[in-house]
Design a protein around this ligand. Structure first.
Ligand SMILES: [Fe+2]
Length: 395
C-alpha cells in the first residue's frame, strides 16, 4: 500500500433512512427548476413512487421531464438523454432506479455539457478526454448493488467497428452526484431473485477493493466497514427476511463499495464480469454472484503459494493473505482467510443461483472470455487460464 498520494471523490451529500426520499424536492429546488428525471419505469410506477416523487418535486416548484430506460444503457441512450437535457435546458438530473438507471443519469449529466457522442469519450474506445464537467444530479438508488451513486464512472454498452458489443466506462472524478439518497422503502417491490444478485455485486466490489494493490486508508475505512455492515444483512436477505434495516444496511454497503472501487479499483470478478456481460445478455449482479466464490477461493490458493515462494510476488501475497484474514474478521466468522472463503461458499449455496449456461454461455464462451479477462488490480495475480477455469466451473 502506497501512502504517497491518493485522490478520492465522494457524493456531495449522503442521506440515508426510511422515508429519506421526502428530502428530494427541497434538495432539487436548491439546485434548479428543470429536472430531467431518469427512471427504469415499470417497477417504480407500479409502486406509485414515481408519481409521489414527481409530485414532491412539483410542490417545490421543480418541473420534470421523464426519460425511461429498460436494461443496461447503451451509448445511444446516453446521447439521447443528454440531447434532451440540452434542448429542454434542464438544469439538473435526477436518477431514480437501479445501477443501469443511475449510470445513464450520470452519463447524460456529463454528456449534456460537451459536444459529440459518449462513445468518443469512453475509456479504451474513443479518442477524446472528458473534462469532468457535468450538470448537477441526484441519485436515488432503488437497488443495493452497483453503488453507482458513489462511483466516478458510468458503464455504457456499445458496438465496435466490427459490430462486437462492448461495455466501457465514461469516467471522471467530477461525475459524482450532488447528493445520494438511500431510502430502503424504494426497494419494497424488489423480489429476492433481483435483490440477491445485486447484493453479491456490492459484496464482490467490497471484496475486490479490500484485496486490491491500490487499496489505501480511505478505501479501507469504507470497504471493511461495508463488509461488517453487509454480513448480517446478507444473512437476512438469503433467509427471505430482509426488513427495512437490512435493506438500508445493504444500501450503505453498496455505496461504500462504490467509494471503494472508485479509489482502489477492481479485481478478477469484475475483470471477467465486464466481458461476460458484453458477450451475453445476463444481469451484472448474476455474473458477480456466480464468480465471487470460485474467484476468491482460487485467489486464496494463489496467495498461499506465492507467499511461500521466494519470488518478487511474495510480499504482495502476504499482504493479500492479511487482507483475507481481515475480511474473515469483518464477517464475524473468525480471523482467518478460511473463515472468509467458507462464509462466501455458504452464501453462494444459499443463493441457489442459475448457472451461466441458463443464460446461453457455452464452454467455448468460457474459454474466449477467460482469454480476454484480467485480474485488474488484485493482489492475487491470476491469469487468463484461471479465469477460463473459473467460468467453466459455473457453466
Ligand atoms: Fe459491479
Amino acid at each position: 500500500m502506497s501512502l504517497m498520494s491518493l485522490e478520492q471523490a465522494f457524493p456531495g451529500r449522503l442521506l440515508a433512512g426510511a422515508g429519506s426520499r421526502s428530502s428530494l424536492g427541497a434538495l432539487a429546488a436548491s439546485i434548479g427548476q428543470r429536472a430531467l428525471l431518469v427512471s427504469g419505469g415499470r417497477s417504480l410506477e407500479s409502486g406509485g413512487f414515481l408519481e409521489e416523487i414527481r409530485e414532491g418535486l412539483a410542490a417545490q416548484g421543480v418541473e420534470t421531464r421523464l426519460v425511461s430506460v429498460s436494461g443496461e444503457p447503451w451509448v445511444a441512450d446516453a446521447d439521447g438523454a443528454a440531447c434532451m437535457a440540452r434542448e429542454w435546458k434542464a438544469d439538473c438530473l435526477i436518477g431514480v432506479g437501479g445501477g443501469s438507471v443511475l449510470d445513464l443519469a450520470k452519463a447524460a449529466a456529463a454528456m449534456a455539457t460537451v459536444e459529440g457522442s459518449a462513445a468518443e469519450y469512453l475509456e479504451g474506445v474513443g479518442p477524446r478526454k472528458h473534462p469532468g464537467s457535468s450538470l448537477p444530479w441526484i441519485a436515488l438508488p432503488t437497488t443495493a448493488g452497483t453503488g453507482s451513486e458513489a462511483t466516478n464512472n458510468a458503464v455504457l454498452k456499445g458496438r465496435d467497428d466490427t459490430g462486437k458489443a462492448y461495455k466501457k466506462s465514461l469516467r471522471h472524478q467530477g461525475f459524482l452526484p450532488r447528493a445520494a439518497i438511500l431510502d430502503p422503502e424504494l426497494q419494497a417491490g424488489l423480489p429476492p431473485s433481483l435483490a440477491i444478485p445485486c447484493a453479491f455485486d456490492a459484496l464482490s466490489q467490497l471484496l475486490e477493493a479490500a484485496t486490491s494493490r491500490k487499496a489505501n486508508p480511505v478505501t479501507d475505512a469504507f470497504v471493511f466497514e461495508g463488509l461488517r455492515v453487509l454480513a448480517p444483512a446478507m444473512e437476512k436477505l438469503l433467509a427471505g427476511e430482509a426488513d427495512l434495516d437490512a435493506r438500508l444496511a445493504l444500501s450503505l454497503a453498496a455505496s461504500f463499495s462504490g467509494i471503494g472501487i472508485t479509489g482502489a479499483g477492481l479485481g478478477l470478478v469484475h475483470g471477467i464480469a465486464g466481458i461476460a456481460g458484453a458477450a451475453r445478455d445476463i444481469p451484472h449482479g448474476q455474473v458477480c454472484a456466480l464468480l465471487a466464490y470460485p474467484a476468491f477461493r482460487d485467489s486464496l490458493a494463489w496467495l498461499e503459494k506465492a507467499a511461500a515462494s521466494p519470488g518478487e510476488e511474495a510480499a504482495g501475497a502476504r499482504e493479500g493473505l492479511a487482507r483475507f484474514t481481515r475480511i474473515g474478521a469483518a464477517f464475524g466468522r473468525g480471523e482467518s482467510p478460511e473463515a472468509f472463503i467458507k462464509t462466501l461458499e455458504v452464501w453462494t449455496q444459499k443463493a441457489a443461483l442459475r448457472s451461466l449456461s441458463a443464460f446461453g454461455f457455452t464452454l467455448a464462451d468460457a474459454e474466449e472470455i477467460g482469454r480476454a479477462a484480467t485480474c485488474r488490480d488484485s493482489l492475487a495475480r491470476l491469469g487468463p487460464d484461471a479465469a477460463a477455469r473459473i467460468l467453466a466451473s459455473v457453466l
